[in-house]
Design a protein around this ligand. Sequence first.
Ligand code: SF4
Ligand code: SF4
Length: 221
Amino acid sequence: MYGIGILKGLWVTLVHFVETFTEDFRWIGRKRYYSEEGVAARRSKDAKGIFTVQYPEEKLPVPEEFRFIPFLVYEVDEEGNKHDRCTSCGICAKVCPPQCIWIVRTEDPVTKRPVPEPVDFFIDVDICMNCGYCAEYCPFDAIKMDHDYELASYDRHAEHIYNKEKLSKPVEYYASIRPANYTREEAVKAAEEAKKAEAAAAKAAAAAATAQASGGEQAAS
Ligand code: SF4
Ligand code: SF4
């Protein structure tokens, strides 16, 4: 019969409306708003009532694969020196669909040959469409997609062209926002290193065996 569906829908809406207030009573003494526990409860499948996230005081956590503006990853060695992972190969700038990346390459002052490290690196964050191609294609895991989405400012030209300094973040930050990705990449790197070490050891053993054999032949003659 016509109208039953509409009545059912209205009933569901009414239940949500009532539960919005009964849930507030149920949470008396605990923080339903502005607390991690409250946010987790309201995001769960058992959440009841209608609610609004009280942004900016309260923010919903983003999933690991959430993508916003890219950042450059650097590592710090034991002496405290920063090392960019970026080699300024330019692949990210080539694949970027809106062409919002540009790189200033370093060259050796004597030989004038390129040095695998950028002098500067710029991204126009107003043009970036957060597609993640740069991070996908970078062969050195040097550029990754950030989770920070609060970029509003009053000056587009001074604030929204990010340079290398503004784009650079330590590898520990990357590991903290994308732990599964970081762990997977490190495992792949460790496996590659182990394979290389194995190949080098086999090559050294073969060379030693050849040297030993030729030494034996010379002694016999
Ligand atoms: S971020 Fe990656 S792809 Fe882009 S220039 Fe640096 S090393 Fe190459
Ligand atoms: S996320 Fe996409 S649009 Fe933004 S810099 Fe990377 S490739 Fe370009």
